[in-house]
Write a protein that binds this ligand. Structure first.
Ligand code: GAP
Length: 520
């Protein structure tokens, strides 16, 4: 069922110009995708929503656009050369390679699926009086499944913490996990595999010229910490935000734009006084969750997941997980990165990366709380929740993308009812007036119903239809995507009306409201 929905979304995204497989005429390139004419608009709008809420709305957060290529020592200092690894395991029969941790997580997900089945069955049996919490805490079968999950997690955590690759393999064998392709349990040992892509700088290919494509945008922020702090006269606490490409040689690259080899991150490093990181970590968890919730997909679509073993640079870390078409998965990471990165860059570069705190009258290396969200995953989250199939009153079907209007690729489609009687001229004039404020679309081909459906399928919140009455009373039909209701409005009111309904302001205000702590 979930798989079906993802398949439908992938097909829809291609058919309607959102996402194409990269290099398709050459049969594609694994886990690399191109964004089409509608996809790039949606992506740009998501970026804008993030940038406004992080940079424009915080006096003490500024932006940055650092280069993808950086000095190779940066990746030695950050720990990525030595520790940015995935534990891999091969099946000797199918010759397929898997991430060992993903095999275990998938096994846990299957047990979770059994719990959900029990819950659904009981919910049907007990009807309205069903108390889910109580059922989960008392039902023997559910408790048994949960005990299994806890035991696997415990063993898995201990193996990860001790870098015990043999222990991970043992766990895979103990759980009798089989290769999905060959069905066999004939596994190699688990090995570590570095995820960074490398290339050479200049014309000579020897090891001294080896550079990496950045696997995260964050390091570009750390190495510019002093530049921004000094030139911006920034005082702690302050943040630096950046949107940009990152590259990882993912082995289990699957699930569409969820896990790609080339993707975009939206990251913000918040530099704080040592000892205050826990408080800022909590603040950013709350703020980021609000940013997501303001999209209107319902708070049940999100949950926090604390890391069993935070990455090598963090003293606390969690994910905001989202209910994607394929289930709950990581959408954003929030990490308390301590002074790890700045201290390492001090050590490797020999340059001081400190802040003079006038209140404390001393220098220190700031601590960092990071928020890191995948742009492509946010894109998939929006598509996943917006995609709806509806049966209409007349029995016909429509597919509609109920994208929050401020994110929609096209805000209004302008449609003359017929191609004659001067209607296209009026429609063109409306298009010329609106195009300064909104991304609009003009179309005169096909019956009006067909044109409405095409706009529904790409999530256009408004269709403006010019008909014969327009020639006499200067009014048009404004059709609403979600309700399909129609209203007669004057042409002069269109800009204000569409502005109001597609503005990002309301969502941004929701992010601000009721936040426990001010940022300055
Ligand atoms: N600077 C910290 C960092 O990079 P991460 O958890 O590895 O942390 C942050 O990545 C976010 O980047 C993830 O939550 C996810 O949304 C996105 N991301 C990571 N790998 C990705 C991939 N292969 N494809 C798409 N998005 C990815």
């Amino acid at each position: 069922m979930a798989e079906d929905l993802l398949k439908k979304i992938i097909a829809h995204a291609k058919e309607y110009g959102f996402v194409f497989p990269s290099s398709e005429i050459y049969d594609g390139l694994g886990a690399v995708y191109d964004y089409g004419q509608n996809g790039v608009e949606l992506k740009n709008n998501i970026k804008q929503y993030w940038w406004k809420s992080m940079v424009q709305m915080h006096e003490n957060i500024v932006g940055l656009d650092s280069a993808i290529f950086m000095h190779p020592k940066i990746w030695k200092a950050s720990g990525h050369v030595d520790a940015f690894n995935d534990p891999l395991i091969d099946n000797k029969d199918s010759k397929k390679r898997y991430r060992a941790d993903v095999l275990i997580e998938d096994h846990i997900a299957k047990i979770e699926g059994k719990i959900n089945k029990e819950v659904n069955k009981a919910s049907k049996r007990f009807g309205e009086s069903f108390d889910k919490q109580q059922f989960i805490q008392t039902n023997g079968r559910v408790l048994g499944y949960q005990e299994k999950i806890d035991k696997i997690n415990e063993q898995f955590k201990s193996a990860l913490e001790n870098d015990d690759l043999a222990g991970i393999k043992n766990l895979i064998e103990e759980l009798e996990i089989a290769c999905p392709i060959s069905g066999s349990r004939n596994w190699t040992d688990v090995r570590q595999f570095n995820l960074m892509f490398s290339t050479e700088l200049g014309s000579v290919s020897d090891d001294s010229n080896k550079i990496y494509l950045r696997p995260e945008t964050a390091q570009g922020i750390f190495v510019n910490y002093i530049n921004v702090q000094k030139t911006g006269r920034m005082k702690i606490p302050f943040g630096i935000a950046q949107i940009g490409k990152a590259f990882r040689n993912e082995i289990v690259a699957r699930q569409f734009v969820f896990r790609m080899r080339e993707f975009e991150q939206m990251e913000m490093q918040f530099f704080v006084k040592p000892g205050t990181q826990k408080q800022w970590y909590d603040t950013w968890k709350e703020r980021r969750l609000k940013w997501h919730q303001a999209l209107g997909f319902g708070s049940e679509a999100y949950r926090f997941h604390d890391h069993l073993k935070p990455a090598h640079y963090a003293d606390a870390a969690c994910d905001i997980e989202f209910d994607f078409p394929m289930g709950f998965k990581e959408l954003e990471g929030i990490h308390s990165r301590t002074d790890f990165d700045l201290s390492k860059h001090e050590e490797f570069s020999g340059k001081k990366l400190q802040f003079f705190d006038p209140e404390e009258n001393k220098n220190y290396v700031p601590y960092v709380v990071e928020t890191s969200i995948g742009l492509d995953r946010t894109f998939l989250a929006v598509l996943g929740k917006s995609y709806q199939e509806e049966t209409l009153e007349d029995g016909s079907q429509r597919v509609v993308l109920k994208i929050p209007p401020f994110l929609s690729p096209i805000k209004a489609a302008i449609l003359p009812l017929v191609k004659k009687d001067g209607l296209p001229d009026i429609a063109r004039k409306i298009m010329d007036d609106l195009k300064f404020d909104f991304n609009c679309f003009y179309e005169e081909k096909d019956a009006i119903g067909k044109r409405y459906r095409r706009q529904d399928a790409i999530g256009t919140p408004f269709c403006i239809t010019v008909d014969h009455d327009t020639t006499s009373d200067n009014t048009v039909t404004l059709r609403f995507r979600d309700s399909m209701e129609q209203e007669r409005v004057s042409i002069d009111s269109l800009v204000q009306r569409i502005k109001k309904e597609t503005s990002m302001t309301e969502a941004l205000k929701k992010v601000e409201s009721n936040t426990a702590q001010a940022l300055v």
